[in-house]
Design a protein around this ligand. Structure first.
Ligand SMILES: Cc1cc2nc3c(=O)[nH]c(=O)nc-3n(C[C@H](O)[C@H](O)[C@H](O)COP(=O)(O)O)c2cc1C
Length: 204
């Protein structure tokens, strides 16, 4: 696959075959992630890889409890609460590999004013997102499926606690990974609805 085909045909995959992913493929995918660009080349990404069923269950159960509490506070219907928590639990536990993508500000520049502090923080997040995109594309190029799930952002402390992550690892995303058991299609809005060539008039 050339890079454009890889980019165009990658889809978020949420159902996986019950087939393990060889460790060397996982490492190859993570290696692609670490070659992403990052602010000051500080590489503020950290990845926690989970393959053991027990760890996935512990994580999914703890995250599910928090999700349930949030939905109860929202006053959601009992049926919807059960549906959402069950779906989240199943998604996490049925994926052969779960990767928690984290960011750390440990090596980033330190500022004392809010404006620059915020810019540096955003750059840290942007850098991790770049690494995740590399990871998703590399997985696809190797014949695997993956999906980015945002849930850890809502329950970062729980994820850190259950997985005993270092205090400075801030969970940003949960990535499921495995051999696809579904084919997905997805559309994008037309390019001209998202892009403005600012000098178009001058060029005629
Ligand atoms: C920041 C971010 C958060 C996402 N969170 C979720 C999620 O929690 N659950 C999910 O099923 N997909 C999630 N996705 C995947 C998107 O739904 C998906 O990328 C989008 O619908 C486009 O589909 P495609 O990736 O198949 O092209 C997320 C993607 C991004 C970039």
């Amino acid at each position: 696959m050339d890079i454009f085909e890889t980019i165009h045909t990658r889809r978020s995959i949420r159902r996986y075959l019950d087939k393990p992913v060889p460790r060397e493929l996982i490492e190859k995918i993570l290696d692609a992630a670490r070659w992403a660009p990052s602010a000051h080349n500080r590489q503020p990404w950290r990845f926690a890889v989970i393959e053991r069923v027990e760890t996935k269950h512990a994580l999914a159960a703890a995250m599910g409890e928090k999700l349930r509490a949030d939905l109860e506070r929202d006053g959601a219907a009992r049926e919807l609460i059960e549906q959402d928590t069950m779906r989240s639990y199943q998604r996490i536990t049925s994926a052969p590999v779960v990767i928690i993508a984290c960011m750390t500000t440990r090596d980033m520049d330190v500022y004392h004013d809010t404006r620059r502090k915020k810019a540096e923080f955003v750059m840290t997040i942007q850098s991790v997102a770049m690494a995740i995109q590399n990871l998703l594309l590399a997985a696809h190029a190797l014949g695997l499926g993956a999906c980015w799930m945002c849930a850890p952002l809502f329950v970062a402390d729980t994820v850190r606690e259950v997985l005993k992550l270092d205090a400075d690892w801030e969970p940003q995303a949960l990535l499921t990974l495995g051999y696809a058991a579904e084919a997905r299609t997805k559309e994008r809005v037309a390019l001209d609805l998202r892009v403005k060539f600012l000098d178009a008039d001058e060029r005629g």
